[in-house]
Design a protein around this ligand. Structure first.
Ligand SMILES: Cc1ncc(COP(=O)(O)O)c(C=O)c1O
Length: 473
């Protein structure tokens, strides 16, 4: 019997995918836990499903070993060593399922959305809107129309600052931020404060090295119009009690914007139980493509907000002297959106949900403690943020400095000599670094596909690096 069109398509996809891995690969069975079956390299599998079957996922301690095969990029050498990727807070890696979703879009139904009536356009529109529904379900928004696709989280914060902020902020109104915010959650508010006369107030750190919640509570008053804070700090690894903060803010009629860039990829985030008014996140940190992020906004707020950018399908009617605007979310999606990327984000959400965010979080807590404990033993090290304990949880990342060694020297040496990828610099948190009395730090950040062996490799390499630099003193 001649092959069906579907079989032909599947075989074409398989051939195309076999051509993809041009980098030097390492047998991923290297990473598999002792006593478990070995896995094949993600890209070589013809199915887009997870390597982890539902029953496999019961053993959460092995989540890293089980999911690594889904990430082809991890199985390569860098500078002659096995890659140890510990820069996940900057961006995460992408599983095969996401790569395939992107490839499938461009190969089989690439078209513009919300414009054409032809088959490809209808299919692209359906998939784009399905991705919106997946985002809504992922964060438990009650309606997909509360999700606006943006370029990234930064654009989403700018959208709120310019649209909601310019409309609602008046001179002397207060915007509450913490000193630990990413620049993306500081600069837009500075720009809007300069235009409106609003005042920015910053919560400082407490004696544990985390944002001082007592200080934040005291700062909230009738003058407060919005509290714009991170959920998980990208530098301190601390977690803010958002439900409580939202409660305090709403008591005085203020809104809450949650920068969930470092929480949505790692834990269950439920906008209804947190009761935040806005939430932003970036796809590339949650195993999805770059070039897309999203804003969640409560429908009554989005409906009352003016457009941020103009043009494209964000209109209802255009006249020579004025225009009327579409309902949200279209009102805020001017021009051709990142269609393939939105679909890729949808595939990333399917992938993460297939594992389960609670399982990811539980496993990452183990990694977080292991990383902190292992790093603490390195001589002359200073780790920023709270020390994990019974009631203090940290995210699986550590920013640190070692006495008399520049963090960029550490990161460069780790990369070139050991293939260990960490970040060095201010992590887009200059005010925080200034308050810590340093200009920069090194940062190792993990995701669920990391394993304790990655931490061991990193610590071994770091100890050697420290000895190397100290030998020149
Ligand atoms: C806490 C936090 N907020 C905002 C951002 C900005 O994200 P993006 O550059 O994807 O817009 C980041 C990225 O590092 C972040 O960690």
């Amino acid at each position: 019997m001649p092959p069906t069109p579907l079989q032909l398509f599947a075989s074409a996809m398989e051939t195309a995918i076999h051509k993809l891995p041009y980098f030097k690969t390492i047998n991923p069975s290297f990473y598999t836990a002792r006593g478990t079956a070995s896995f094949r390299v993600g890209l070589r599998r013809s199915s887009s499903s997870l390597s982890v079957s539902a029953s496999d996922r019961e053993g959460d301690h092995d989540l890293g070993h089980r999911t690594r095969p889904d990430f082809p990029i991890l199985h390569q050498e860098v500078n002659g060593s096995k890659l140890v990727y510990l820069d996940n807070a900057a961006t995460s890696q992408k599983p095969t399922a996401v790569l395939k979703a992107l490839q499938n879009y461009y190969e089989s139904y690439n078209s513009n959305v919300h414009r054409g009536i032809h088959f490809l356009s209808a299919k692209a529109t359906d998939e784009y809107e399905l991705a919106r529904k997946k985002v809504a379900a992922f964060i438990n928004a009650s309606d997909a129309r509360e999700i606006v696709f943006t370029k990234n989280a930064t654009e989403a914060i700018n959208l709120v600052a310019y649209s909601w902020g310019l409309l609602n902020l008046k001179p002397e109104d207060e915007v509450i931020l913490t000193i630990a915010e990413h620049h993306s959650n500081i600069v837009p508010w500075q720009l809007v404060a300069q235009k409106t006369g609003a005042v920015l107030k910053y919560v400082t750190l407490n004696e544990n090295g985390a944002p001082d919640i007592g200080n934040l509570k005291q700062m909230i008053s009738r003058k407060t119009k919005i509290v714009a804070v991170h959920h998980v700090s990208n530098t301190l690894a601390s977690v803010l009690p958002i439900e409580e903060i939202a409660h305090w803010a709403h008591d005085v009629g203020a809104k809450v914007l949650l920068d969930a860039c470092q929480s949505v990829p790692h834990m269950v985030v439920n906008v209804q139980s947190l009761d935040v008014d806005f939430l932003v996140a970036s796809s590339h940190k949650m195993c999805g493509p770059t070039g897309i992020g999203f804003l969640y906004g409560k429908s009554d707020l989005l409906s009352a907000m003016p457009p941020f950018l103009g043009g494209g399908e964000m209109i209802s009617d255009v006249y020579l002297d004025h225009s009327t605007y579409a309902e949200p979310p279209s009102r805020f999606e001017a021009g051709t959106p990142a269609i393939g990327e939105a679909i890729g984000l949808g595939a990333a959400i399917d992938y993460l949900s297939g594992i389960g965010m609670q399982k990811i979080h539980d496993y990452e807590l183990e990694l977080a403690n292991y990383l902190h404990e292992s790093l603490r033993a390195v001589p002359n090290i200073h780790i920023y943020g709270p020390v994990p304990s019974g009631n203090i949880n940290r995210a699986a990342l550590c920013s640190f400095n070692v006495d008399n060694i520049h963090p960029t020297d550490i990161a460069t040496f780790l990369d070139q000599q050991y293939g260990v990828a960490i970040r060095s610099g201010h992590h887009c948190a200059q005010p925080l670094h200034r308050s810590l009395g340093v200009s920069s730090s090194a940062r190792a950040s993990l995701h669920f596909y990391n394993v304790k062996e990655d931490v061991d490799d990193f610590i071994r390499a770091l100890n050697d690096t420290v000895s190397f630099f100290n030998s020149y003193k």
